[in-house]
Design a protein around this ligand. Sequence first.
Ligand SMILES: Nc1ncnc2c1ncn2[C@@H]1O[C@H](COP(=O)(O)OP(=O)(O)OP(=O)(O)O)[C@@H](O)[C@H]1O
Length: 237
Amino acid sequence: MFETVSSEPAEPTDIVVLDGVDKTYTGGRSVVHALQSVDLSVRSGTLLAVHGRSGSGKTTLLNVIGGLDRPDAGRVEVCGLDLVSASDAELTELRRRSVAFVFQGFGLLPMLSAAENVEVPLRLQGITERRERVEELLDVVGLGGRADHRPNELSGGEQQRVAIARALAADPQLLVADEPTGQLDSRTGAEIMKLIVAVAAERDIAVVVATHDLSIIDDADHRVELQDGHVIAELTP
Ligand SMILES: Nc1ncnc2c1ncn2[C@@H]1O[C@H](COP(=O)(O)OP(=O)(O)OP(=O)(O)O)[C@@H](O)[C@H]1O
């Protein structure tokens, strides 16, 4: 009898599953159907790019996927948690441990250095051995020499690198990035996208990126286009 030991990498798993998701905003007499019957899934180690015109529902979709907002109908499962029935405490825990965010405006704390910004999620998780981890993360994003710089002493591209290092600090399963290159020139934006794609593949993280800019999503594994809250096109290169 032989014991078989598999050297195959682990099967990719669905980190995000949306099934028939609707989200409607009602204010006064206006009703906005921001998401309508959206179905999609994102596997570990792959990147989904969401594009569409302004107002098409990209941020709403990312907020629902990231557990920042709840849908009105449909099923949303993220990292194995049903976000429709999850308690507020479970959503907070999901955002602290499993989902990381990168925003257009970087979202760094201005009074803290690059290293201290990256340290924040580690502190929130109660991790005491932080120094080496922060150094390693700043090296991963190519900013080893800028650990002591505050955000206003860094370029936009460098600030976004710090934000990516901070996002990776919590060792997330899912990275949600809303227009991460929106404030960067096209070359820096392309470098930032390449970095996001590389770290996602290396660390087996699922990534969802919203963008207006089609040129920066060439590296995406999947793309969906939104129009008035509907998915109108899907492309898997
Ligand atoms: N809190 C809210 N209350 C009411 N309507 C909202 C709210 N948030 C978004 N909307 C509406 O929902 C629709 C989708 O908005 P969303 O921000 O998701 O679009 P977007 O594709 O991200 O746009 P942009 O590219 O300009 O950021 C828009 O018509 C918007 O006006």
